[in-house]
Design a protein around this ligand. Structure first.
Ligand code: FES
Length: 111
């Protein structure tokens, strides 16, 4: 595991199909469980900063609760208006029943 990965939550806290946001080292990070695989993105929607932890996860796409824009979670790519700017994504790891996120692994969404 990367030394910079920090624990976020227990695997059991976030069942498949779930999304929740957490405050981690001064950042608001959304964690997603997509069929047992965990993903992390910046939590605030790039349109008008709604918290995607309040959004709806459908497959591998999260829909923002405020204006219903959407992002492809594994890549962070904006896929539905009014969202056009991709989310930052972070690497996750699971160890000992806990989800870790590496905030140093920041990257723009894949193109
Ligand atoms: Fe997310 Fe507008 S704040 S779509």
């Amino acid at each position: 595991m990367a030394e910079t990965a920090v624990p976020v939550c227990a695997v059991a806290d976030l069942p498949p199909g779930g999304v929740k946001s957490f405050d981690i080292e001064g950042e608001r990070i959304a964690i997603y469980n997509i069929e047992g695989t965990f993903y992390a993105t910046e939590a605030y929607c790039t349109h008008a900063a709604a918290d995607l932890g309040d959004g709806m996860l459908e497959g591998d796409v999260v829909e923002c609760s405020l204006h219903f824009g959407a992002f492809h979670v594994p890549s962070g790519k904006a896929v539905q208006a009014p969202c056009f700017t991709d989310l930052k994504i972070f690497r996750t790891e699971v160890r000992d029943g806990r989800v870790f996120v590496d905030l140093s692994s920041t990257g723009a969404g894949a193109t």
